[in-house]
Write a protein that binds this ligand. Structure first.
Ligand code: HEC
Ligand code: HEC
Length: 216
């Protein structure tokens, strides 16, 4: 199996998920071992860096980005991100497109930042009295593209949520460990592929997501 086939499979699996047939597709590719990602996105304090980690790693490695011509302008980078949204159904909001476009233009093309200083989005203060149960888990999963990389029953880029629940079933620290994993991302617990950090999520959202995963 060569690398292009693997990339094609990741793309198709995301597309299949968008169409709501992720489980069936994932079943077909469950025997595939994903390759170690060799190229990583260049770090930056711009908010678009965190978004790019979360949303550009679903279908292909960062090689695709580092191989673009160095003279690309901010407008060209933003158009490239827009193309991912429109041609390939990458899960991106208008705000994501602007911020990721800026990050790529500044970090890879030497452009000046235009969206102002947006270092690490602050974690929203916990609204007192709002229980995790009030969080719309499906909406949070969708907004953060979790389901581009995870399905309940089958491994995609990340482990199946059912496998996560099984592994932590008798661990009394499971809830806290998963909240920390989702917030910080990382690799090595399930394989070499890196999960991006989700430091933008509120404590209630992290609680609700971890509880949801543990119930699968
Ligand atoms: C839903 C899947 C998907 C997501 C998510 C995605 N891409 Fe792509 N990307 C593709 C496909 C498909 C190609 C074309 C692959 C090919 O031609 O071999 C591609 C190609 C590219 C290329 C190469 C130039 C080109 O236009 O073909 C760049 C650069 C790129 N993507 C950047 C990004 C960035 C930046 C993000 C995050 C905003 C992103 N991609 C997210 C599917 C995706
Ligand atoms: C770009 C792909 C990607 C995205 C997007 C993503 N994940 Fe992951 N996730 C992974 C990978 C890869 C791993 C395995 C990491 C490891 O081996 O340590 C993982 C692991 C996990 C685990 C298990 C952690 C542990 O401690 O065992 C949970 C729970 C999880 N993800 C939840 C989420 C949630 C919730 C979201 C959305 C907020 C999300 N993931 C978004 C790729 C992703």
């Amino acid at each position: 199996m060569n690398i292009l086939n693997l990339i094609a499979m990741r793309v198709l699996s995301a597309a299949a998920l968008a169409l709501g047939c992720g489980a069936a597709w994932a079943q077909a590719v469950q025997s595939v071992t994903l390759p170690l990602e060799t190229a990583r996105l260049k770090p930056s304090k711009l908010a678009g860096y965190q978004l790019a980690l979360q949303k550009c790693g679903i279908c292909h490695s960062a090689d695709y980005i580092s191989q673009q011509p160095p003279a690309m302008t901010a407008a060209q980078w933003t158009a490239e991100v827009r193309k991912m949204e429109h041609a390939y159904a990458a899960p991106l909001s208008d705000g994501d497109v602007a911020q990721i476009g800026e990050y790529l233009a500044v970090t890879y093309g030497g452009a000046k930042p235009t969206l102002g200083p947006v270092a690490a989005a602050p974690v929203p203060a916990a609204a007192p009295g709002v229980p995790a149960a009030a969080v719309d888990v499906q909406a949070v999963l969708k907004a953060n593209a979790c389901l581009g990389c995870h399905a309940v029953a089958q491994k995609i880029v990340g482990p199946a949520y059912h496998d996560v629940a099984t592994r932590y079933k008798s661990d009394p620290q499971a809830q806290a460990k998963l909240e920390a994993s989702i917030r910080a991302g990382g690799s090595g617990k399930w394989g070499p592929v890196v999960m991006p950090p989700f430091a933008n999520l509120s404590p209630q959202e992290l609680k609700a997501l971890a509880a949801f995963v543990l119930k699968q």
